[in-house]
Design a protein around this ligand. Structure first.
Ligand code: PEP
Ligand code: MG
Length: 564
């Protein structure tokens, strides 16, 4: 539905980070285009000096943002600054200026030449095209005397609207000034969704029409149910406030271990990606870490970090959690998480290519260095460390990984179930390891053959999809047969209603952005295991995701509605 610029309207997207907010809308500045009627360059040397100085301003601006950014955003911003200072790019612009192009058209043409070259190289280099175009947009805007595109500096607490947000943009936001995020594109497992919930900012994606709402308009958003109200009435704001109060009341008090009403334990764990995340999450009432995405430490590194450097980081993370468990995932490089130092070159379909464990089995130097560092950090801390591999599809892969991990004296080894083959045959795979964790983001992508990065496929990527629940059930059956625990560490685990279904299917832990833990804890505490099992059966009996969720909500305690 389209919001239009009506004085008052309500429309829906997909709620991906719970919580409510009311505030003025700030629209992410769109990228400028080089004017077609720009006068040609006559004094190439003078214009070249001007463009170079603007490029330096762009680089300095990115450096300044990097200096205050968190661990997620810093490397991305630094990489942008490096590109703005690339002498090859400046020389390419000079060539265009000498041919007579005006400054903004010269920058655009030179960047496009560079992009074409990067794209032909594929893989990691192709991914850098977005960063390069970002440098172009900032440079063109400055040359035109306009504000740089992207998230403006928020001078008052606001709700941010955008087509979609780049990871760097989301990661630079703080809860002081960013009350909420609404994007027209993006899906439930997009970077916007993951990072917004990591930051605890209410967010709605797939809100088609949000960009038609003029900047400065007051909007109210509900990041749980995905509702957006433009120019809300005092009564509507009152209802939202009331919902906020009911939610806070439902969440109050619970800080203990996760369990159903009748005491069936479901460990509530945190997803982390950096040492900074670890320090923050360790202060929360979580039972440990269910997914440490180690590749986030190394996203923009040219060379592999040394064993010593990795050991220091892992030690820091392990120490933060004392005797609470920490499930570490070895590097999941490739596809949506390209790593410069672990790139095997261009592929037609990177998500179906040599990523995750497949890459680890080829680049044994990378795998062994990481395992050595993890073993050293374990020995130094004696923490409850459990190491798992991403993207396991076969018994052979599980066996290969388990042998390597055990040989180093690491106490527990597991695998991620993200490939339907591993879910279907979890019994045989679990024979070789101690535990498994369901990566529902990728499991859904592969079950539905729907690219998780493609927001337009959001309907197929709804984690309530009964086919995904069937695949999860198969995996859990294998776990039960082998007497080995299976957890969930994909985004599905942080949905309080879906958490009940997952518990009913037999999972023993749920790992999520720490901010989502209280709602899941409350939801579990309101229902017995038998109720969860009945909900799981009802959800699987649905013919689609919407029916599955509706069936569960109809059976649940009414308070559950306030937790979403
Ligand atoms: C998943 O696929 O569900 C998962 C947890 O891993 P990532 O999102 O890092 O691919
Ligand atoms: Mg995954």
């Amino acid at each position: 539905m389209t919001a239009g610029t009506d004085l008052h309207s309500t429309f829906h997207g997909i709620g991906v980070s719970a919580g409510t907010a009311v505030g003025p809308l700030v629209v992410v500045t769109p990228a400028p285009t080089a004017p077609a009627d720009e006068p040609p360059t006559t004094d190439a040397a003078a214009v070249s000096a001007q463009v170079r100085s603007v490029l330096e301003d762009v680089a300095s601006g990115l450096d300044a943002r990097a200096a205050v950014a968190g661990d997620h955003a810093r490397p991305i911003l630094e990489a942008g600054a490096m590109m703005a200072r690339d002498p090859g790019l400046a020389m390419g612009i000079d060539t265009q200026l000498q041919a007579g192009k005006g400054p903004t058209n010269a920058v655009t043409a030179a960047v496009e030449e560079y992009c074409a070259m990067f794209e032909s190289l594929g893989g990691y280099m192709a991914e850098r095209v977005t960063d390069l175009r970002d440098v172009r947009d900032r440079t063109v805007a400055r040359l035109l005397g306009q504000p740089e595109p992207g998230v403006p500096t928020l001078s008052e607490p606001s709700i941010l609207a955008a087509h979609d947000l780049a990871p760097a943009e989301t990661a630079t936001l703080t809860t002081d000034t960013c009350l909420g995020i609404v994007t027209a594109a993006g899906g439930p497992t997009s970077h916007t969704a993951i990072l917004a919930s990591q930051l605890g900012i209410p967010a709605v994606v797939q809100a088609v029409g949000i960009l038609d709402v003029p900047a400065g308009t007051t909007v109210a958003i509900d990041g749980g149910v995905g509702e957006i109200t433009v120019n809300p009435s005092a009564q509507e704001i009152g209802l939202l406030e009331e919902r906020k109060r009911r939610r806070a009341a439902a969440l109050a008090g619970g800080t203990g271990k996760g369990a159903t009403k009748d005491g069936y334990p479901v460990a509530l764990l945190a997803n982390i990606g950096t040492a900074e995340d670890a320090r923050k999450a360790a202060k929360q009432p979580v039972e440990g870490v269910g997914l440490f995405r180690t590749e986030f430490l190394f996203l923009d590194r040219d060379t592999m970090p040394t064993v010593e450097e990795q050991t220091a980081t892992y030690t820091e993370v392990f120490e933060a959690f004392g005797d609470r468990r920490i499930v570490v995932r070895t590097l999941d490089a490739g596809a949506d998480k390209p790593l410069k130092f672990a790139d095997l070159g261009p592929e037609e379909n990177p998500a179906l290519g040599r990523r995750g464990i497949r890459l680890g089995m080829i680049r044994t130097d990378v795998m062994d260095a990481q395992l050595e560092a993890l073993a050293a950090a374990y020995k130094a801390t004696n923490a409850d460390v459990r190491v798992m591999a991403p993207m396991i599809a076969t018994q052979a892969e599980a066996m290969w990984f388990a042998e390597r991990v055990r040989a180093l004296g690491l106490p527990k080894v597991g695998i991620m179930i993200e490939v339907p083959a591993a879910a279907i045959r979890s019994r045989g795979i679990l024979y070789h390891v101690d535990f498994a964790s369901l990566g529902t983001n990728d499991l859904q992508q592969y079950t539905m053959a729907a690219d998780r990065m493609q927001g337009e496929l959001a309907d197929l990527l709804n984690p309530w999809e009964p086919a995904l629940l069937d695949v999860v059930a198969l995996a859990c059956d294998g776990g039960q047969m082998m007497g080995k625990p299976i957890g969930v560490c994909g985004e599905a685990g942080g949905d309080p209603a879906l958490a009940l279904v997952l518990a009913g299917l037999g999972v023993s832990s749920l790992s999520m952005a720490p901010g989502k833990v209280p709602a899941v804890r409350t939801a579990l505490g309101l229902h017995t295991l038998t109720q969860c099992q009945q909900m799981a059966a009802a959800a699987r009996a649905g013919t689609n995701a919407v029916e599955a969720k509706a069936a569960v909500m109809a059976m649940a305690d009414p308070i559950l509605g306030d937790l979403l």
